[in-house]
Design a protein around this ligand. Structure first.
Ligand code: F6R
Length: 263
């Protein structure tokens, strides 16, 4: 696990986009898992800029979203399907047949989960999963207490997550209580992981995830067990860590730093 500290959210976004663009460029076919939320917005802007200047071909990317709300129409402004179109897919040239999101409106949600997990397998598995982290230590919508080998399934969101996500809704009471999420096991099966965090509100969760015990109380702590993971933090998100993170310059210049993304 490589933990890199940069100054602020803009630098988290720029470095994440730089590493992801390099990863995509070095592979003919690439299968990504991508998050929603506030954290990746800057990275998506950077990726769109790179694609528009011709420096990045996003058409080769197969994308699976980490999660989607249950029961929110896919054209609702806060569905994750809408989010992805608004912030990424409608702004760059993707191959629409390669874009996947769980169907939170399926009549048979159990079958929809199995089908999603199956599609990931058919695509050859995830090459890299980009993750945010919840203030309660969740990754995707795997809330504290979930199994660390869990697969795609329907979950109930914690009160904390519903409260955190209410900021995106006009009516906070409209935040769905359930979601379909990739499991921690699904995420751990990805060949590489890249976790991003910024802001003081994430400091405790980041410290628990990276320096605490691996425990279901903090699903993000599963990242410690992954052989090929990088974590990019801004100063505030890194502020509760006791082990000094790498600087960006150290990480990029060190010839012995495993090229974690390029295995
Ligand atoms: C969303 C997701 C969540 C978020 C997390 C952080 O697809 O996977 O785990 O990454 O809730 O959200 P932000 O970035 O809004 O702080």
């Amino acid at each position: 696990m490589r933990v890199i500290r940069v100054t602020d959210h803009a630098e988290v976004s720029a470095l994440a986009a730089e590493l992801l663009a390099k990863f995509i460029a070095e592979h003919d076919e690439v299968v990504l898992a991508l998050p929603t939320g506030g954290t990746p917005l800057g990275m998506y802007n950077e990726l769109v800029t790179l694609a528009r200047t011709g420096a990045l071909d996003l058409g080769r990317a197969t994308v699976f979203n980490l999660d989607e709300y249950v029961g929110l129409p896919s054209d609702h402004s806060q569905s994750y399907a809408s989010y992805m179109r608004r912030h990424l897919y409608d702004r760059a040239e993707f191959d629409p047949t390669k874009l996947h999101i769980p169907d939170g409106n399926a009549e048979d949600l159990v079958a929809a989960c199995a089908s999603y997990e199956g599609r990931i397998a058919e695509a050859g598995g995830l090459d890299i999963a980009v993750l945010g982290i919840g203030a309660n230590g969740h990754i995707a919508f795997n809330e504290p207490g979930c199994g660390l080998n869990s697969r795609v399934r329907v979950v109930r969101l914690s009160d904390r997550t519903v409260l955190d996500n209410a900021r995106f809704f006009d009516d906070p009471r409209a935040v769905p209580r359930h979601a379909i999420t990739m499991g921690v096991g699904t995420i751990r099966s990805s060949r590489a992981l890249m976790m991003l965090a910024s802001g003081e509100g994430k400091a405790a969760a980041v410290a628990a995830a990276l320096e605490g015990p691996v425990t279901t109380r903090c699903p993000a702590s599963a990242i410690q067990l992954h052989p090929s993971a990088v974590v990019i933090l801004d100063e505030e998100a890194a502020s509760a860590l006791r082990v000094r993170p790498w600087s960006k310059e150290e990480f990029l210049a060190d010839p012995h730093a495993p090229q974690f993304l390029f295995l």
